[in-house]
Ligand binder design. Structure first.
Ligand code: SF4
Length: 476
């Protein structure tokens, strides 16, 4: 409905807690913003794995009755937005198999760029796939590995895949957590003190630290790029399964995807977002009366812009959070109906004002055009659009749903042409340098992927090379 990049997926894992599946459910609830199509939990009672997956939202899927059928002290969970494979229950995760290495279930955030290649090789050799998801190749690689132990087989499988993966895995008595060597997607590790009757403290993993806050866990550290952590009866062990390469964590996690109350890649997202706004105010000042965010994702950047510029912050657009997936349109055409379902302007704030409107991105431009028109209809005298990242000129192949280059307005129009299309009085984007600085590039070795702004991808694009646009310089 709103013209945004779509979030990817969220994963969570719990080791050693009497209510493991309930904690996994709560963790998934905190990660719901990362995927709203389907969700699943697999638990282990020490002897076998139990699974429940369904389409829909976490709170609707996991009733008390469902959770009572997920017994045991270990669990993993997944909430999905499909970025590879169809949106269907068969592709919901965790993916569970009973193979020569025992029962295993795996949940994955990210996209593999060589999954099609591996899959066609495996199918050629007789493997039968149950899903159309890229994640299933990991399970097949583990099952087919010639390594003797499960830990070695997982490491072997992870060395064969390329692209973005933050994943959690469960067996009868262990939980695994691993990140790809470039660390595209986040994955954090936390702990809860042992409860009565448990010999070990509870170890938890989650895509974002907001999941820890909800279950009362404390953050220990991030799973490092190229690291595999195994938690079992013998405690926590860690190994690096691949040689180190340059980190390329997704900068869009800080711009948009992650919740502002999360710490992602070791850095509070709220701090990055406010700094994006401050930097934007320094690079692209405007003569205006009020700063208004496009909620919710533009709020922190607008706070930063207002603080830096001295122009008052106002909530001139209100978001309706209760919009379902389907809605009945009136037969009589209502202007900007789709956007109005989610956003409505506050006339008493906007009337006669010169407005700096802050958003985190312009994808196709259609939503921005409607919002600008809504602001003017509500009485805004001038609308100066400011975007807290550079123009998005290339699609993502690492687990974010982006339109093709043809549909990305900034890949096809100059900033002035976009300004004209959306009907703003002025339009400016944050520079790439400003973006990286605001998100702390260089601090503690942090370095980012910014391929959707530059067209320069940090990996080979095995599966997509023929269809991918040729890497291009931004024309701005
Ligand atoms: Fe993130 Fe963009 Fe890189 Fe994708 S291409 S991983 S959205 S920075």
């Amino acid at each position: 409905m709103l013209d945004k990049f779509k979030d990817e997926c969220g994963v969570v894992a719990i080791y050693s807690h009497p209510e493991a599946s309930t904690l996994a459910y709560l963790g998934l609830h905190a990660l719901q913003h990362r995927g709203q199509e389907s969700a699943g939990i697999v638990s282990s009672d020490g002897n076998r794995l139990h699974v429940h997956k369904a389409m829909g939202l976490v709170a609707d899927i996991f009733t008390e009755d469902v959770l009572s059928r997920l017994p045991g002290t270990c669990a993993i969970g997944h909430t999905r937005y499909s970025t590879a494979g169809d949106s269907a229950l068969l592709n919901a995760q965790p993916i569970m198999v009973d193979c020569n290495k025992g029962m295993i279930a795996l949940a994955h955030n990210g996209n593999l760029v060589n999954a099609h290649l591996i899959r066609s090789k495996l199918e050629h050799a007789g493997s039968i796939f149950q899903t159309t998801s890229d994640t299933e190749v990991i399970v097949h690689l583990i099952a087919q590995s010639k390594e003797q132990t499960l830990v070695d087989a997982v490491a072997d499988a992870l060395r064969r895949i390329e692209g973005a993966f933050s994943l959690v895995m469960i067996t009868r008595d262990r939980v695994f957590a691993a990140r790809d060597p470039r660390g595209f997607r986040p994955l954090s590790m936390g702990r809860l003190p042992a409860v009565a009757g448990q010999r070990q403290e509870t170890i938890v993993f989650a895509s974002e630290t907001v999941a820890f806050d909800l279950i009362g866990a404390s953050y220990i550290r991030d799973v490092k790029p190229g690291e595999m952590v195994v938690v079992g009866p013998e405690g926590v062990s860690s190994r690096y399964y691949a040689p180190a390469v340059e980190q390329s964590s997704c900068i869009f996690e800080h711009v948009y995807f992650s919740r502002p109350d999360s710490v992602v890649f070791g850095r509070p997202v709220q701090v990055s977002r406010e700094e994006l706004g401050r930097q934007l105010a320094r690079e692209a000042p405007a003569v205006a009366d009020i700063v208004v965010p496009v909620p919710d994702s533009g709020v922190a950047a607008a706070m930063g812009y207002a603080a830096e510029s001295g122009i008052p912050f106002q909530l001139g657009l209100i978001r309706n959070h209760y919009v379902g997936r389907t809605f009945i349109e009136p037969e009589q055409r209502v202007r900007d109906f789709g956007v109005r379902l989610k956003l409505n302007p506050v006339r008493s704030i906007l009337q006669g004002q010169r407005v700096v409107l802050i958003d985190d991105s312009i994808v196709r431009g259609t939503t921005s055009r409607k919002i600008v028109r809504m602001m003017r209809d509500a009485g805004a005298r001038e609308v100066h659009m400011r975007i807290s990242c550079p123009p998005t000129i290339s699609p993502c192949f690492y687990g974010v749903d982006t339109p093709s280059k043809k549909q990305l307005i900034a890949a096809n129009k100059s900033v002035e042409e976009i300004r004209d299309y959306i009907g703003a009085d002025s339009l400016s984007y944050l520079s790439l340098d400003g973006l990286k600085r605001a998100c702390g590039e260089g601090e503690n070795g942090l370095s980012y992927c910014s391929a959707c702004y530059t067209g320069k991808y940090p990996t080979k694009l095995f599966d997509v090379e023929e269809i991918a646009p040729a890497p291009a310089e931004s024309k701005f």
